[in-house]
Design a protein around this ligand. Structure first.
Ligand code: NAD
Length: 488
């Protein structure tokens, strides 16, 4: 259990201003907003509430820093990232506690996120020196083709709440590629990003390369930056409706865009699956971050022969998970991020139950302070239940039975989303056929976690486009230039 003195000291150490051009400053007009502890509703801290003008000043700083940063040796950019990796790992406990306080996830989950977040810095430290091009003889002879890759230029990020990992997944490749940036953290969890900006300054990121503007007016503040002809790239992690609005704005200046949007992940268990492994995987895929993950398994399609036993075992395991404030010992399930989130989860469960679903476990909010919702398993979920189509974003597992492979694949694909699917089977043929037919950017085959900094993370359909991490991740921050050379 963390002690209140330690929490206070940590919160006091986090800068609360806007980070622009290498220094901390107040918002114009001195506006502030409160950051809440979702497990109690208490205010943790107040941070600067930027105006649209502040965001444009942050872009000015990014634009001014861009030429020198692009000209910095790749090795030097890589070394900065390497130091950032090491320092973040050293400070795991501080960053984990900070995330738990402002986001609610249990400390063990928060530590895992710090490790995951730091790995993006290590991965892109290595990638910074592998940016290459190509040289070729033109097919007709005579001419030569030179293809080079250069930093795209100033970028705008608005990441969500895996508060650190969603940041490092964008900041890592931008630094490696030589891009400067303006980052707007989520208003619900800005402290982790402010602490990260401090850490990046300490390890040598030069003034103006990373600028951070916290605000409650996300749309108003980002709009003038997106409309500014000096911005070159927009990378967004968040919901599909906001992503669509940003794509429309970005179209005006034909910006390079990456979108990591919503999901509706199917978790499919075939009759030849290892049931123990499937239940283990289901716990990870469903309960990581209390179900508040774009990759969260949203619906469980289980072969009819296994469905009752799968639901029973899942309910048994979820019932054993301790719910509470993330800082407490053995807590496995924290609160949801805010009151509104809990209202939405409750509405989706109530809708399913009203249409005939049966709660095997939970199915209700928990009393007391904070935004807690009971881990829930629903069976007999009818096809028209909203939670099979909409992201639940909470600890709720609807189980639906299927009879044939075709039926399972059709159900898995029956959504406008396409981020990730989980498939459990022991048959190689079936595994490959199903992986090929599933319309998602990622598949977890006999495993409930796909996130890996060395792999390309991203979706298809309305889950977005662009990839973060892997060999592909840095491409989002590079432009290709082709030089046609005539030899005499
Ligand atoms: P949201 O889209 O409402 O908010 C996300 C972020 O967008 C916040 O930082 C918010 O300040 C900002 N924002 C809101 N309106 C904006 C605007 N008009 N202009 C610019 N920025 C704006 O999303 P939410 O409901 O808080 O988050 C959950 C969603 O995020 C889910 O759909 C989840 O799947 C998705 N998500 C996706 C990924 C991924 O990698 N694909 C990762 C995490 C979360």
């Amino acid at each position: 259990m963390s002690d209140p003195g330690k929490e206070e000291k940590l919160l006091a150490s986090v800068p609360k201003g806007l980070f622009i051009g290498g220094s901390w400053r107040e918002a114009t007009g001195g506006g502030l907003f409160a950051v809440e502890d979702p497990s109690t509703g208490a205010t943790l801290a107040e941070v600067a509430d930027a105006t649209p003008g502040d965001a444009v000043v942050a872009l000015d700083a990014a634009v001014a820093a861009q030429p020198a940063w692009a000209a910095t040796a790749p090795r030097e950019r890589g070394e900065i990232l390497r130091r950032a990796y090491e320092r973040l790992v050293e400070r795991t406990e501080d960053f984990a506690l900070l995330m738990t306080l402002e986001m609610g996830k249990p400390l063990a989950d928060a530590r895992a996120e710090v490790a995951y977040a730091a790995e993006f810095f290590r991965w892109f430290a290595e990638e910074s020196v592998r940016i290459d091009g190509r040289y070729a003889v033109a097919p007709a002879g005579g001419g030569r083709l030179l293809v080079m890759r250069q930093p795209v230029g100033p970028c705008l990020f608005t990441p969500w709440n895996f508060p650190i990992a969603m940041g490092t997944r964008k900041i890592g490749p931008a630094i490696a590629a030589g891009c400067t940036m303006v980052c707007k953290p989520a208003e619900l969890t800005p402290l982790s990003m402010l602490a990260l900006a401090d850490l990046l300054t300490e390890v040598g990121v030069p003034p103006g390369v990373l600028n951070v503007v916290t605000t409650t007016k996300a749309g108003d503040v980002t709009e003038p930056v997106i409309a500014d002809g000096r911005l070159r790239k927009l990378s967004f992690t968040g919901s599909t409706p906001v992503g669509k609005a940003l794509i429309r704005l970005a179209a005006e200046n034909v910006l390079k865009v990456s979108m990591e949007l919503g999901g509706n992940a199917p978790f499919v268990v075939f009759e030849d699956a290892d049931l123990d492994a499937a239940v283990d995987g289901a716990i990870v895929a469903k309960m990581r971050n209390m179900g508040e993950a774009c990759t969260a398994a949203n619906r469980f399609h289980v072969h009819r022969s296994l469905a009752p036993e799968f639901a029973r075992r899942l309910a048994e395991r979820l019932a054993a998970m301790k719910v509470g404030r993330g800082t407490e010992d053995d807590v496995k399930v924290g609160p949801l991020i805010e009151a509104k989130a809990r209202v939405k989860v409750a509405a989706l469960v109530d809708d399913a139950v009203a249409k005939g679903a049966r709660p095997l476990l939970g199915g209700h909010a928990l009393d007391g302070p904070g935004y807690f919702y009971a881990p829930t398993v629903l069976t007999d979920v009818p096809g028209d239940a909203r939670l099979l189509r909409e992201e639940v974003f909470g600890p709720v597992a609807p189980v639906v039975a299927f009879d044939t492979d075709d039926e399972a694949v059709a159900a898995a694909n029956d959504t406008e989303y396409g981020l990730v699917a989980y498939v459990y089977t022991s048959g190689l043929d079936r595994a490959l056929r199903v992986c090929e037919r599933i319309e998602t950017g990622m598949v977890g085959l006999n495993q409930g976690l796909v996130s890996n900094p060395a792999a390309p993370f991203g979706g298809v359909k309305q889950s977005g486009f662009g990839r973060e991490g892997g060999l592909e991740g840095i491409d989002e921050y590079l432009e290709t230039k082709y030089v046609a050379i005539k030899l005499s």
